[in-house]
Design a binder for this molecule. Sequence first.
Ligand SMILES: *Cc1c(COP(=O)(O)O)cnc(C)c1O
Length: 385
Amino acid sequence: MSISKFIETTLIHGGIDGDSVTGAVNVPIYQTSTYKQSGLGENTGWEYSRTGNPTRAALEALIAELENGVAGFAFASGMAATSTVLSLFHQGDRILISSNVYGGTFRVLDKVFKNLGIQYSIEDTTDLEALDAKVTPDVKAFFVESPANPLLTVTDLSAVAQIAKKHGILTIVDNTFMTPYLQRPLDLGADIVVHSATKYLGGHSDLVAGLAVTNNKEIADRLAFTQNAIGSVLGPFDSFLLIRGIKTLGVRLDRHTENALRIAHFLESSEAVKKVYYPGLPTAQGYEINKKQAKNGGAMISFELKENYDVRKFFKGLRLISLAESLGGVESLVCHPASMTHASIPKEIREKVGITDGLIRLSVGIEKVDDIILDLNAAIQAAQE
Ligand SMILES: *Cc1c(COP(=O)(O)O)cnc(C)c1O
């Protein structure tokens, strides 16, 4: 039972609030692998930390509550969460993934799960009729991101979930870019949500973690079994750090997204910019759908500089914003999707879906927005040929 109907409060007090033994306001770091049993078959409910650890359990209860699910699961990385969820499928099953899915998700399907007989197809999940027609009897799930990395493509999550329900298959949503503060896919009809908690949920670029949540009891049991069987669990210290990060998610995202909207407007009005991708701009693909399913446009922006600007010089010209993989931390980061996050996608596929060599992705931090704009402006000047 949630203590509040407001997510701002649940972020801080959700799941297990404090320590009932000592009154500590934070759940302690239970840095232990095992638990003493007082006799054969007599234990405290805790047996071995791969199966369950109190610090991790507090995090798992918290994310379940935030996403409105029945159970949450914490993993060593976002990819460990995704891979454990994908392990629920069988040889011969096929998963339909959105065309702009995270590069690592594509890679694990293409290079690992395909070898085990689990097939995938890449589809444009914004084209609902075409998607519906692609559901052959072997298709067992949709795996979607909205907005999707890195073109911030918006997919109508409740429409996709409806198609899935009609065919009796699952909808899995990677909610990394939005977090439950901005968007709750289970409420929109999805069955499983996965996160790279490395990003906004952690929020400080100081840990790697993954989460999964479901609102279906049967799937929850299978996920609990698979999490323990595979064992790619999150350790107690990182679980503690992630709980700590989540407490400030609301205030951080308010600032992140306020900054992002300002920067999107700046880029849109810049002479140097050919195209801006940001779901919070009324001119963006999927603006209305995003508005319906999410609180706002988030804090990820992608843009393309005009031909007479050199992207290499742009990256060199930045002083405040770091060129780095990852996103969602308090500091602003930029990356070059074609050579970094999406390098594992073959060039032909990349070009086809719009991840050109001139594309720049910006994770807007919570610095003073004027400083971020100054830095972007200086780098743009430096990039002019
Ligand atoms: C980073 C990321 C992942 C992978 O998460 P890791 O924590 O790096 O394993 C998955 N999906 C999205 C959208 C991401 O940004």
